[in-house]
Design a protein. Structure first.
Ligand code: UD1
Ligand code: MN
Length: 450
């Protein structure tokens, strides 16, 4: 009897052990060679089907990309009729995302931020030279710093032309700072001045919008036309909070000089000549920072993740080598920026491609269709070749490496590279459009990228 019980237990243990092996064998699968000795055709077919199924589920992304490429190739080889159909469809799409006409008599004052540089004359001379209308573009100079020589220069302009006015920042108290922050005093004073000047324009003068320039900026001949033409975008698209005249990657070798009419969306606030609405100012003002206001505006938390418009070719140029941030940045970068010279009639262009619903889709498709290439290959490829390319990056380091190679700015603010939109930095190198782009599954900027 005892012996029998033992046998029963042994048999049971054996059954349980076997059952476990059978149940868990799929989990414990080890890589096996595709064609094992002795496996028959039926087995192999089964395995192939299984593999196909696995690949199928993994490749939906690839299929999507391929479809996009096919679609673009199809467009290239379409007949006239098909071409017409595409055009009609495209026009219909634009009708959906259409811009309302610009306000009939817009007033866009220009606010000039001045302090102690008599060279504000150069800035004012250019504003007057290229200003198409005194009524549309009154000039308001706001002067900080109590610098009398500079005030006298400004006064010559206001005396000669009633459409130019000056206001002086009244709070000239010293900014009190702990020792280690004293070197940043200038940035504190600038932020204080901006708050005063913008309140002056929006609260005292009650303007609807304002173009902000600093006293060391040159402007391009179509500077005013640029803002007039893009103003409807700011009014119509709630996902845009600013229009800037500046391309942070605006050096000659990384822009397409043949397309001065081209504009982009960006998540990185460019500053240096920008248009702001009263509505946005009222939102920003209560939390306005004590210093580094421009970097503060580059934090999506402060601008509710909205974008700015920026040009392919800058409409401003900074000649201020002597300034708060000193000359190093100037010699390394600002000096080499390209100021646009051609007059583009922006008010006559269809700019609906910049509306979020049109732009995001078109950019996604363009990036997906672009041929993949390393930054090295872009820089060494022989013929200045046709066709856009995508230079992928995975992390802050690979971004910086590629950016350096291509001749782009490689710094981040709140994790955002300069000029980036959805992580994509769009530039033009050696005759072709280059998208320095993160993975397709990119979802947000990483503030720890510094
Ligand atoms: C840099 C930025 C500038 C930004 C500033 C604040 C560039 C090229 N410049 O200033 O756009 O506004 O950081 O973060 O990226 N100013 C005053 N009060 C002062 C000192 C200066 O109002 O006490 C005014 C100047 O007249 C000028 C502006 O602030 O309009 C910027 O000063 P600037 O000396 O040109 O400093 P940047 O180093 O160019
Ligand atoms: Mn400056």
């Amino acid at each position: 009897m005892r012996l029998n019980l033992k046998k029963v237990f042994a048999a049971l243990a054996f059954v349980v052990f076997f059952w476990l092996i059978i149940t868990y064998s799929p989990v414990m699968e080890v890589p096996r060679p595709m064609f094992r000795k002795g496996s028959n055709i039926g087995d192999i077919e089964k395995r192939i089907l299984k593999l196909e199924k696995e690949i199928g589920t993994q490749s939906s992304e690839i299929t999507r990309l391929l479809d996009t490429v096919k679609e673009i190739q199809k467009r290239k080889s379409t007949t006239k009729d098909e071409m017409y159909e595409i055009q009609v469809l495209e026009r219909l799409k634009n009708e959906q995302g259409r811009l309302l006409p610009p306000p009939s008599n817009p007033v866009l004052p220009v606010l000039v931020i001045a302090c102690d540089r008599v060279t504000v004359k150069r800035c004012l001379d250019n504003l007057i030279k290229f200003r198409p209308s005194k009524e549309t573009f009154p000039i308001v100079v706001s002067q900080d710093c109590n610098h009398n020589a500079t005030y006298q220069v400004i006064k010559q302009f206001t005396d000669a032309d009633p459409s130019i006015t000056v206001v002086r920042q009244p709070d000239q108290s010293e900014v009190v700072l702990p020792r280690q922050k004293i070197k940043f005093r200038g940035y504190y004073k600038i932020a204080r001045h901006y708050r005063f000047a913008l309140n002056h324009v929006f609260t005292t003068l009650k303007h609807e919008s304002v173009i902000i320039v600093e006293d060391d900026l040159d402007i391009s001949p179509d500077f005013f036309e640029y803002f007039l033409g893009t103003y409807p975008l700011l009014l119509n698209d709630p996902s845009i909070w600013c229009i800037s005249a500046w391309n942070d990657n605006g050096k000659r070798d990384v822009i397409d000089l043949a397309h001065p009419e081209l504009l982009h969306r960006t998540d990185f606030f460019p500053g240096l000549g920008w248009l702001l609405r009263r509505e946005s100012w009222l939102e920003l003002e209560p939390n306005w920072p004590p210093a580094f206001f421009d970097d503060w505006l580059r934090n999506p938390e402060n601008t509710r993740g909205r974008a700015c418009i920026r040009p392919e070719v800058s409409r401003t140029y900074s000649f201020g080598k002597v300034g708060v941030s000193k000359g190093l940045f100037f010699d390394l970068h600002l000096r080499h920026m390209q100021l646009n010279t051609q007059f583009v009639e922006f008010t006559k262009l269809n700019l609906t491609y910049l509306l979020k619903e049109n732009y995001d889709e078109a950019l996604t498709q363009a990036v997906a269709a672009a041929q993949k290439m390393s930054a090295d290959e872009v820089m060494t490829s022989r013929a200045p070749a046709a066709g856009a390319v995508r230079v992928p990056y995975m992390d802050a380091r690979s971004f910086q490496k590629a950016a350096k190679k291509l001749g782009l700015m490689d710094d981040f603010r709140s994790g955002i590279p300069r000029t980036a939109y959805f992580g994509i930095v769009t530039c033009f190198v050696r005759g072709r459009r280059v998208y320095l782009a993160p993975n397709f599954n990119w979802s947000q900027y990483d503030p720890s990228w510094q």
